[in-house]
Ligand binder design. Structure first.
Ligand SMILES: Cc1ncc(COP(=O)(O)O)c(C=O)c1O
Length: 485
């Protein structure tokens, strides 16, 4: 507990202040961790120290290269052990800046691994990054809706998934599902889904972008091996290390059956003019070119910290905060919270999305920022079908059938929500500040609305207040000042 408290209080940016509309300086309340988390100081310190030894991992014999290479390898091993993936059967490699590059890569790998099986199963809850790559690369994508058994949209509907797998069993290639929704925070039963996928000969890919930093993950070693995951991805910038890479964990037997997707330096044994011999070593063969070595080391340092605290502990702590926030927000009658809100029926992590009824999400997010220095995200969070389905479901339960394709035209509703999301550093005090601000907005909605207009980009902008005048940060100015001092 002591360690968790220490780590939580040390995050970079917790004391950042901005001048708000009344001219006062207020502490920023960061409730946008689902987009990107703040930087963990212990990881930042480890990276800073590592820079003293920085060298390219493709150099071999000097001291710094040896240190960089061994630490970079350790980063891979540490991630595998964090996610309980057997290093004999799985490899971990870094790719791009987040989960998007990782999922695109896997969609191409699955396409090429079994060209005779072209159907991917994707849930309706997915972030576009775990939907569009499959639409682009798989021959066919079947979208699986969410469970409505409780009357509210919950996790992925397992019976529909099974029916679709049965119907497409000869072509079933893989199931790709998010571990945790980036909109509602609803947690999917990924091990049950893996069991179903494997029953029909499909692989299981988990989008762990919102999972890795929030709950324990077990990729392999389940008593029933059908519950093991075949491929898992997550984003370093959502795991407390902005600037760190995206990560793929995948079964080696799948990868070694094909030439790696990317070729270049570092992944070959021999190159002749007529041909080249690809390395059989993992992860080298999957990482062409010079990797983001400091980012990988920072990420592994953060993971060392998370694992030392214990992911079960972290999950329990966040679960209490989510329940606290849900109780408080649900008590506000003017607010619609989306998805199943009974966590005993349908657990959640990280995010809660809502709307103040009759008020555009854009104004709410702008007021929270400009008047209260509360940072949230609004709009559709790169999950358009899910957000529209959720809003349609909410409206249906009140006004009858709604066609979600007609939001703008017939209903005069701009599809979107406000999302509050949490990280290790989020506290009850942050939730209390959000709830107090929401109460104030609900009580004065016309006054607030009158202060805003929509600019040419479609964003709500305050009629007088301009951030650039009072809250500047300029890299150039900073550098020039440092040069003078
Ligand atoms: C569930 C989920 N999957 C994928 C992504 C894409 O991740 P990235 O932006 O790191 O590529 C996100 C980003 O928010 C996400 O929340």
């Amino acid at each position: 507990m002591k360690l968790l408290e220490k780590i939580r209080q040390e995050f970079l940016g917790l004391d950042t202040e901005y001048r708000t509309i009344d001219g006062s300086s207020q502490r920023r309340v960061y409730l946008d961790s689902t987009a990107s988390t703040l930087m963990m100081k212990a990881a930042y310190d480890a990276m800073e120290e590592f820079y003293q030894h920085y060298a390219n991992t493709h150099s071999l014999l000097h001291f710094s290269a040896k240190i960089a290479t061994s630490e970079y390898h350790w980063a891979h091993d540490r991630i595998l052990s964090f996610l309980q993936a057997d290093p004999e059967r799985y490899t971990c490699f870094f790719t791009g800046s987040g989960s998007t590059a990782a999922i695109n890569r896997l969609a191409r790998i699955f396409r090429d691994y079994r060209p005779d099986r072209g159907t991917a199963f994707v849930s309706l809850m997915e972030h576009h990054s775990n939907d569009l790559p499959h639409r682009k690369h798989a021959r066919k994508v079947v979208h699986i809706p969410f469970d409505m058994n409780s009357g509210n949209p919950g996790c992925i509907d397992l019976s529909t998934l099974e029916a679709e797998l049965e119907r497409n069993k000869d072509s079933a290639s893989y199931v790709a599902v998010t571990g945790v929704s980036n909109v509602t925070g609803i947690i999917n039963p990924v091990y049950d889904i893996a069991e179903l996928a494997h029953k029909y000969g499909a692989f299981m890919l988990v989008d762990g972008a919102q999972m890795a930093a929030h709950l324990p993950v077990q990729i392999s070693g389940h008593e029933n091996p059908a519950r093991n995951i075949d491929a898992f991805v997550f984003s370093g910038h959502k795991t407390y290390v902005p600037g760190s890479p995206g990560v793929v964990i995948c079964r080696k037997d799948i990868l070694s059956a094909m030439e790696p997707e990317e070729v270049g330096g570092g992944m070959v044994e021999q190159v002749f003019v007529e041909r080249y011999l690809i390395s059989e070593k993992f992860p080298d063969r999957e990482e062409a070119g010079t990797p983001n070595i400091p980012g990988a080391i920072g990420l592994a340092a953060a993971i060392e910290v998370l694992d030392t605290i214990g992911m079960q502990r972290i999950f329990k702590d966040e679960d209490e905060l989510i329940n606290y926030a849900l109780d408080k927000i649900l008590a506000l009658p003017e607010i619609a919270v989306y998805g199943e809100t009974d966590c005993s029926r349908c657990p959640r992590a990280a995010s809660i999305s809502f709307n103040i009824l009759g008020m555009d999400h854009g104004i709410v997010a702008a007021v929270l920022n400009d008047y209260f220095a509360i940072a949230v995200r609004n709009e559709c969070f790169c999950a358009h079908p899910y957000v529209k389905e959720m809003i349609a479901d909410y409206l249906e339960s009140r006004v009858g059938q709604v066609d979600f394709n007609d939001f703008d035209i017939n209903l005069k509703i701009k599809a979107g929500m406000v999302r509050t999301s949490f990280g290790l550093y989020s506290t009850r005090e942050d939730v209390d500040l959000l709830v107090a601000a929401l109460k104030d907005i609900c009580a004065n909605r016309d006054n607030y609305s009158a202060q805003y207009h929509v600019d040419d980009n479609g964003n709500y902008v305050h009629n007088q207040f301009k951030m650039a005048e009072s809250n500047p940060f300029s890299v150039q100015q900073y550098v020039q000042q440092e040069l003078k001092s």
